[in-house]
Ligand binder design. Structure first.
Ligand code: FAD
Length: 456
């Protein structure tokens, strides 16, 4: 059986929820799918019930948005992973939490699949206690659980600051933040933030909190290696420009390293949506118009899946797509004043994103700093146990060829963890191609799907 709807939304984060609520409120039949057990995505991730009872909801507006989605009559299918596409190129293949196959088709398909963290390997990155900042943030903000007692944060980007503050709020000792770039040195580029007082206030709040706790911020520093026996116990840093030379070793029982976020475009690419290189980051992003309409007229790509911009931008993109779909369905464009308000907000948010991108090193600059220092013996692809040396030896300038020859990127993560490093090591294209299944899927789901289709 195929579930047919006016609109199918994949991804229940700020973008997908905003689009779904607006569309269902206007009377369209909408289904939203998310692989997670609860709606909310990354930014509005719901705290566990016992955490919410004790400490309250850390993002109340998320709870209100989800309640609005349900009240508008959106069919919410949580625990549903979309893993493929049927031969008609339109029907999404998903599995529910019990492993049963589900097929869905929408006259409009809205992809709001979010982002994932940009990782880069280093000796010791497989030690227990080494994670990404996003994971530490989920544990801290969502579950009130500290990732460790003495934590080093490293990588690049503004996200390291709120993560450090969330850890401090739990009483964790933040031993320091190693930022690969030098974004916090006064300069002309930083002056642009004056045009965004709310964001500046947010940044000042983090800076004040870190200063009060005397958290050192080492700018121009990258992780050289993590050491420890059965868990990380120390982190050695190097200067970003001279990555081979240690500048400091810091004791820590947890290390969280991330270089910002990458758009999650696997489903968009599987659907054949055209992609291009993001001018700021070089990452592959779907080509869309301002409403999120992709090169396929029935497919919209919104939120971080369309380019990194933060939760407010994700919501603005969700609204713009909903307005466009409503105009197409009803023949009545949204009132010009409302359309102008959404467009102005989106432009302003886009300006802030461009400003932030310019303050921190671009992914290409990060690769220039990180790749030469990566020892050949370091495991680059953890799923398939492929070392940096094997990939270097295979530097054919093509991630796809490297994947075929070494198996890097063929494992369960499908290149989400290793892809950035593999591209740097083989000096080739930015992302692995998207293939069915885009995520690991149970064999029983496939068998049940085949049984439904009968012998043919
Ligand atoms: C690990 C992590 C932690 C983050 N934490 C913060 C934070 O604390 N503060 C902050 O300002 N920003 C944070 N961000 C950035 C954040 O992504 C946003 O700015 C915001 O949540 C983007 O909204 P979105 O709706 O575009 O995507 P998301 O909120 O990421 O939502 C996307 C949703 O799509 C679902 N999905 C993706 N693919 C599939 C599929 N194939 N099948 C079914 N469901 C699918 C995911 O489960 C997810 O719920 C974080 C990002 C990551 C990756």
């Amino acid at each position: 059986m195929i579930v047919e709807r006016d609109v199918v939304v994949v991804g229940g984060g700020p973008a997908g929820l905003t689009a779904a609520a607006r569309l269902a409120a206007a009377g369209l039949t909408v289904t939203i799918l998310d692989e997670q057990p609860e709606l909310g995505g990354q930014y509005y991730r719901r705290p566990a019930p016992e955490v919410a009872r004790r400490w309250g909801d850390h993002r109340r507006e998320g709870g209100e948005l989800i309640a609005g989605v349900r009240a508008a009559g959106v069919e919410c299918r949580t625990g549903h992973l979309v893993w493929g596409l049927a031969d008609d190129d339109r029907t999404l293949l998903a599995e529910d939490e019990a492993g049963r196959p589900v097929r869905l088709r929408g006259r409009h398909l809205v992809l709001a699949t979010g982002a994932y963290e940009r990782s880069f390997p280093f000796p010791g990155w497989q030690l227990p206690g080494v994670t990404t900042p996003g994971f530490a943030q989920h544990l801290a903000a969502g579950d009130h659980t500290p990732i460790g007692e003495r934590v080093v944060l490293a990588g690049s980007g503004p996200f390291l600051l709120p993560v450090a503050c969330s850890l401090l709020a739990l009483g964790v000792k933040v031993a320091g933040i190693a930022e690969a770039g030098t974004p916090y040195r006064p300069g002309r580029r930083a002056l642009g933030t004056l045009r965004h007082p709310a964001r500046l206030r947010e940044l000042a709040g983090y800076a004040a909190r870190l200063a009060r706790a005397r958290v050192p911020v080492w700018q121009g520093a990258v992780v050289l290696r993590a050491d420890g026996h059965d868990r990380v116990s120390s982190v050695t840093l190097a200067a970003a420009g001279r990555p081979g030379q240690a500048i400091r070793t810091v004791e820590a029982d947890a290390l969280c390293v991330g270089y910002g976020f990458r758009p999650q475009t696997d489903l968009a690419r599987l659907l054949g949506c055209e992609v291009t290189a993001d001018p700021g980051t070089g990452d592959a992003i779907p080509v869309t118009d301002p409403a999120g309409r992709s090169s396929r007229p029935d497919v919209y790509v919104i939120g971080e899946a369309a380019g990194i911009g933060g939760a407010p931008t994700a919501r603005a993109r969700g609204l713009a797509a909903a307005h466009d779909i409503l105009a197409r369905e009803t023949g009545h464009p949204v009132p010009p004043a409302e359309a102008r308000r959404v467009a102005t907000a989106a432009r302003r948010l886009g300006h802030f994103t461009a400003l932030t991108d310019a303050l921190y090193p671009s992914p290409a600059q990060l690769l220039d700093a990180l790749v030469p220092a990566l020892a050949d013996s370091t495991m680059a692809c953890r799923c398939e146990s492929v070392t940096a040396g094997e990939l270097r030896a295979d530097a054919a300038g093509d991630v796809n060829a490297a994947k075929a020859r070494t198996r890097a990127g063929m494992g369960p993560c499908q290149g989400r963890v290793c892809g950035f490093a593999v591209a740097g090591l083989v000096r080739g294209g930015a992302v692995f191609p998207s293939r069915v299944p885009i995520r690991p899927v149970r064999m029983t789901t496939l068998l049940e799907l085949a049984a439904e289709d009968g012998p043919a």
